[in-house]
Design a protein around this ligand. Structure first.
Ligand code: AMP
Ligand code: MN
Ligand code: MN
Ligand code: MN
Length: 285
């Protein structure tokens, strides 16, 4: 079975509709995929229907924005009940914070003579989730920067001209919401936060203590050395291991659904105990 447990649709900052995303993952040989949009589960129903139609297994998920020690950390929830009240209310708060942040980003851009950025980004966003990626796409489309990377660097990351900090959910809240919705909490892309080894260990210890289940050990294009380091950390902290491409769309051709190395030996897969294999689900021949 080929798993990819971290993908985005246009319900957050991905490019594809959930059904198109499911088909792309299937074409890439993925058997089990999770839809994990930022702070939003609205795409899950469409993805589940599309998956069922082609005999693929869809794991309902979400990627929750967390602030931990003044830094943004992403916590993926796998196997959540998308309609759970606790989770929905928590995510609603983050969506509201995203709207407020978007207004503030647009104001900062306006002072730099970049006008109408809110409407431009909101139109690109389409749905409920407005993110920095939508501002980046707006800045590229209007010719203020040459690519999204430059948009982030110049305007959208800490130190950038339109950076607006947000206090997202606490680690404890995010894990609590995910567990309340029957899901497993997973630290997304642990190697991408540029944490010192000591800080990363502190994060993993706190995460485990508040009920976290796993960390992403395998990511798309990740160095083999990083993968084995993360596998060691997962085992050391008694956490299971997940795998995810973090695919957002065809505009980043170096990331594809399912383009993932196998889990290193000795890891406990986050899907151990899932009833997928025992269910009536049969992958297409
Ligand atoms: P947000 O959750 O709205 O603050 O935006 C975070 C998202 O922006 C991430 O999930 C990525 O999709 C995207 N992102 C972050 N940094 C960069 C970057 N340097 N270049 C392109 N996309 C980025
Ligand atoms: Mn994203
Ligand atoms: Mn992320
Ligand atoms: Mn992601």
């Amino acid at each position: 079975m080929r798993y990819d447990l971290h993908l985005h649709s246009h319900f957050s900052d991905g490019m594809l509709a959930p059904s198109a995303l499911v088909q792309r993952a299937r074409a890439a040989g993925v058997d089990v995929m999770a839809l994990t949009d930022h702070d939003c589960t609205d795409g899950v129903a469409e993805a589940a229907a599309a998956a069922q139609a082609i005999g693929m297994r869809l794991v309902p998920g979400v990627e929750v924005s967390v602030t931990w020690q003044q830094m943004t950390i992403h916590v993926v929830g796998l196997g959540v009940r998308a309609d759970d009240t606790v989770l929905s209310q928590g995510l609603e708060r983050l969506v509201q914070q995203r709207r407020e942040r978007a207004r503030a980003i647009a104001q900062k851009l306006d002072k730099r003579k970049i006008h109408d950025a809110y409407d431009g980004a909101a139109r690109l966003a389409g749905g409920v989730i407005i993110g920095r990626t939508h501002f980046a796409r707006f800045l590229v489309r209007e010719g203020y920067v040459t690519d999204a990377g430059q948009a982030f660097k110049q305007y959208l990351v800490r130190g950038g001209a339109a950076y607006v900090p947000v206090q997202w959910a606490t680690l404890d809240e995010a894990v609590g919401w995910i567990r309340a919705a029957g899901g497993q909490a997973v630290i997304a892309h642990p190697a991408r936060y540029k944490l010192t080894s000591g800080k990363l260990r502190k994060l993993l210890a706190e995460f485990r203590d508040c009920g976290g289940a796993a960390i992403e050990v395998v990511g798309c294009g990740q160095a083999a050395q990083t993968t084995s380091h993360l596998a060691g950390l997962a085992n050391e902290f008694g956490l299971a291991a997940s795998v995810g491409s973090d695919f957002h769309g065809p505009d980043q051709p170096w990331i594809e659904p399912g383009r993932l190395a196998p889990l290193p030996d000795g890891c406990v897969p986050v899907w151990q105990g899932w009833e997928l294999q025992a269910s009536s689900y049969k992958p297409e021949a």
